[in-house]
Structures are given as C-alpha cells and as structure tokens.
Design a protein around this ligand. Structure first.
Ligand SMILES: Cc1cc2nc3c(=O)[nH]c(=O)nc-3n(C[C@H](O)[C@H](O)[C@H](O)COP(=O)(O)OP(=O)(O)OC[C@H]3O[C@@H](n4cnc5c(N)ncnc54)[C@H](O)[C@@H]3O)c2cc1C
Length: 475
C-alpha cells in the first residue's frame, strides 16, 4: 500500500503545534479525547522557534554583555567580547530543549503526532502532505478540529524577505553575525526589542517609523522612557518616514524613505530588518473546502468558545480576529477550545490580558489605562511609584520608569496598570492577578511584600492611589 492510501480517524485534530495548538492538543488528550496534532515545520511554532524564546535569549545575552561593559560606577571594569557564534549555539540549545520538551509532553499525554501540512478536504477530513520528496500524503477524518496555524511577518512593497540583505524577524534571529549598520523599519514591539538587542551587541541601529513615536498603543509617558533609553544606547530614530525601496551599493544597501509630504531620505546599512507587523496564516489549510470564512484580513472570527462559523471547527492563537497576537493568549484560547470540544462549558472570559515588551527598560501592561477607565464610566483612582524611589531598583542600577495602578475610586477595584522599568514583564503578573481576582487597592496595599524587592513598588503605587503612600509624596 502506498502512503497516500492511508486513512485514519481522530476525535480531535489540531493543526499547528505553536503555543495555541500544542497546548490545545495536550488539554484535549488530558480530557480523554483521541487527539492528533499535525505540524509542518517545528514543534513550538513561531514562539519557541522564531519568536518569543530566541528573541528573549538574545535580549538577555546582549543585556548581560552590555551591563558588564557599563558598570564602571559599580566598580566593575570589563570590556566583554561577544562571540556571536557561541551565543547563537546557546540560543539554539535553549530552543532545542524547549521544542524537544513539547514533543515529549505531547507524546506523554497520548497525543498522536503527524508531520506534514494539513489541508481541509471538507468539513470532516484533511489531507496531510508529508514534507520531502516521495513522502506521500494521508487523509485524517476528524470529529472536531482546532486550527492553530499562527502568523507570519508582513512584507512591504519593494522589500522581499527572500532578498539577502532584507531580514524578517525570523532572519534576524537566525543571523550568523552582528551587522555593523542595521536599518530597522518599524518601531513596534518586535522592531524595538530587536533594535535594542542588536545595539547592545554593537550594531549601529537606525529606526524608521511612519508614525510619530515608538510603540504605538502605549501611553506617552511609558513609551518615552523606552525611546529615551534607546537613544542613550545610540539608536537613531526617524519618525514620519515610510521605507519605500532599497538598492545595493557595494556590500551595503541604501534604503529610501518617504514622508507623507513626499520628502525623501536615504540611509546606508548592511542589513534591513522589516518589522511592520504580522498577518494570519490561514492560506495553508484550504479553509474554504471546510466552509470556513475569513475576514478581509484573513482572520477567523470566533465566538467565546473559540468556535468558527463551522460549529465543530475551532480557531485559536494568532489566526483569531480581534485577539492580541500573543503566545499566552493563544494558549488560553487553546485550552478553552479543547475543553469545549470535550463537552465542558468552557469560555474565554479573561478580565484582562497582560502584555510585555522586552525593551530596555521593559514594559508590562494589563487592563485599563486612566483614560480607558474614564471612557468606561469609572472615576479612576490612580497611584504611581517611581523606580527612582525604590531601594531595590537603586541596588540594580536601573531606576528609570514607574509602576502605575488604575482603580475605580468608588469600589477600590483594580482596573489595570502600566509598568515601565526593571522586570516590568514579571511585575505585571501581580496586577494581572489583582484584576482577574477582583482585588481592591486595599488588598494590594495591605499584602505584605518582601523587602527589598521591585514588587514593593506595586504595593506603594496602590498605597499612593489611596493617598497613603509612605515612600513617595501622595498625589
Ligand atoms: C520576534 C517575535 C517575538 C515575539 N515575542 C513574544 C513575546 O515575548 N510574548 C508573546 O506573548 N508573544 C510573542 N510573540 C508572538 C508569538 O510568537 C505568537 O503570538 C505565538 O507564537 C502564536 O501562537 P500560535 O500557536 O497561534 O501560532 P504559531 O506559534 O505561529 O504556530 C503555528 C504553527 O502552525 C504551523 N502550520 C501552519 N500551517 C500549517 C498547516 N497547514 N499544517 C500544519 N502545520 C501548519 C506552523 O508551521 C507553526 O508551527 C513574538 C513573535 C515574534 C515574531
């Protein structure tokens, strides 16, 4: 029998093994469903292979090198040498251990794993094309399906990722050496994280951004802290300019930009990183064969059970419309879909989703800003604690930024918070728990916090919002 003749059945078929898909598959198997997970590339998806994990590995390593080389004030005199190829092997090892762990966890939970590209034949079966010549294909019939096919970087006209000097974020994270001069198009979170890491590794970084500031969507006093620090690191910004094309010039490239008024500029670099956003990967599954509709941008619309327009087909992660493209969101959605597929009354009902940007310093946000709270009809009580008043922050040498807590003045319920400063990505978890649990300012302020820690700044901000701060002047 040839491979293409094989036809098998499964209760739940999950397409895509990123943080949305593999989590969904494990939870479905934990609930006793016969589960099959199909992946065409690598276990762990974008997050583990080309996104969150490799970028954070480089961010940590580049920060370590930079810190060691700029701690004269602490009495540390060092001039660290970066061995990029060793740093890359270390990053690959971290990735390898995690992706291997995903495969083992899936197997240990009884998930059937298939390598290949799944395309819908109809609304109850897929054809899976195995990679490589002569590998053939097989058909899998399913009762329920969870589509978790993720996203890819957006290309802009004139900048093909296939062209050598033009990098996507994936190319940047696979780079063999640090470019002398890096031109980054886009000052969103991926552009800013990678710009910071490459600047710390010694590249001269220039960022062009169509809008007027870095990190659109964040409040000005939050993004200003990050932009100023990036400028201190030597990153040069050009706002109000869109990249319009590039041409080779010897070993370098010259990138042309244009303002809305038609003014042009050009910048020389040896690599160009285009980081202008991500688009859903829904074209790999032949969705129309299953009767699945996508919106004009290619996303699947879902209900709060993660069901698409076809009741027994779910979508989770970066392919879902109106849902932030974040790994932890995909995983939560995957759990909801799997539990619902198992007949449980699961629904996606998070009160607020935290988000982090791993720049220098970091940003961590959750829930409402002050103006969002006002728009929602609350009278906001806002408290702030600057890190330059935190003993622990001083001992780390990082005192930029602040913790801000936003609450409802009448009830004291914490509605959200914005943190910019050291370890903001970790600290925001406390505020996320507060929002999710319906904690009040009194609960946060009244919780004994370890001293000396950065987390005390969260407690102090809550005290500040109550007009009872000890270590800062009350607002
Ligand atoms: C540089 C970078 C940094 C990031 N940093 C963070 C961060 O710090 N925190 C955070 O929360 N998020 C971060 N993200 C976003 C995060 O990576 C995504 O939100 C997350 O990976 C989405 O998970 P997913 O399961 O929806 O899809 P993906 O992780 O994209 O996985 C989808 C999988 O489906 C497979 N696939 C596609 N089509 C088929 C098919 N037809 N058949 C079989 N398999 C298929 C793909 O090969 C892929 O492995 C980052 C992204 C990038 C690019």
């Amino acid at each position: 029998m040839v491979v293409g003749d094989i036809s098998t059945g499964t209760e739940v078929l999950v397409i895509g093994a990123g943080p949305g898909g593999y989590v969904a598959a494990i939870r479905a198997a934990q609930r006793g469903l016969d589960t099959t997970l199909v992946e065409r590339d690598a276990y762990g998806g974008t997050c583990l292979n080309h996104g969150c994990i490799p970028s954070k590995a480089y961010i940590t390593a580049s920060s370590l090198a930079h810190e060691a080389g700029s701690a004269e004030e602490m009495g540390i005199h060092a001039d660290p040498a970066v061995d990029m190829s060793q740093m890359r092997s270390w990053k690959d090892d971290v990735v390898g251990r995690l992706t291997g762990g995903v495969e083992k966890l899936c197997k240990a939970n009884g998930v059937n794993l298939i390598e290949g590209t799944a395309r819908f034949k109809d609304d109850s079966s897929v054809r899976i094309e195995h990679g490589g010549e002569g590998q053939g294909s097989e058909t899998v019939e399913f009762e329920r399906c969870i589509v978790a096919t993720g996203s890819r970087p957006v290309q802009i006209p004139g900048f093909e990722f296939a062209d050598d000097p033009v990098w996507s974020s994936r190319d940047a994270l696979a780079a063999e050496s640090v470019p002398d001069e890096l031109l980054v198009v886009g000052a969103g979170y991926i552009g800013m994280e990678l710009s910071t890491a490459f600047a710390k590794l010694g590249a001269d970084v220039t960022v062009v951004e169509m809008l007027e500031d870095v990190l659109p969507g964040y409040e000005d006093d939050v993004s200003n802290v990050v932009r100023k620090r990036a400028e201190e690191l030597g990153i040069e910004f050009h706002f109000g300019e869109g990249a319009s094309g590039w041409s080779p010039d010897g070993d370098d490239v010259v990138v042309e930009t244009e303002t809305e008024d038609g003014e042009t500029s050009s910048y020389r670099a040896d690599k160009v990183l285009v980081a202008v956003g991500r688009s859903p990967v829904t074209d790999t599954v032949d969705a129309e064969n299953a009767g699945l509709e996508t919106d004009e941008k290619g996303f699947f619309e879902t209900d709060d059970r993660m069901r698409t327009s076809v009741d027994h087909i779910y979508a989770v992660g970066d392919v879902v419309a109106d849902s932030p493209m974040l790994a932890h969101v995909g995983s939560k959605e995957g759990i909801v879909a799997a539990e619902h597929a198992a007949g449980e009354p699961a629904a996606y009902d998070a009160q607020a989703v935290p988000a982090a940007v791993f720049t220098d310093p970091e940003i961590g946000t959750v829930g409402m800003t002050e103006s969002e709270a006002e728009e929602a009809g609350f009278t906001p009580a806002v408290g702030q604690m600057p890190f330059n008043a935190s003993g622990r922050a001083m001992t780390t040498g990082h005192t930029e930024g602040f913790v801000r807590v936003v609450a409802d003045e009448d009830s004291g319920f914490v509605l959200g918070g914005q943190i910019v400063g050291p370890e903001a990505s970790e600290l925001v978890a406390e505020l996320a728990l507060a929002v999710e649990m319906g904690a009040t300012l009194e609960d946060v302020a009244g919780t004994v916090h370890t001293h000396p820690t950065l987390a005390e700044a969260v407690m102090e901000a809550a005290e500040n919002a109550r007009g009872e701060a000890i270590h800062t002047l009350n607002r």
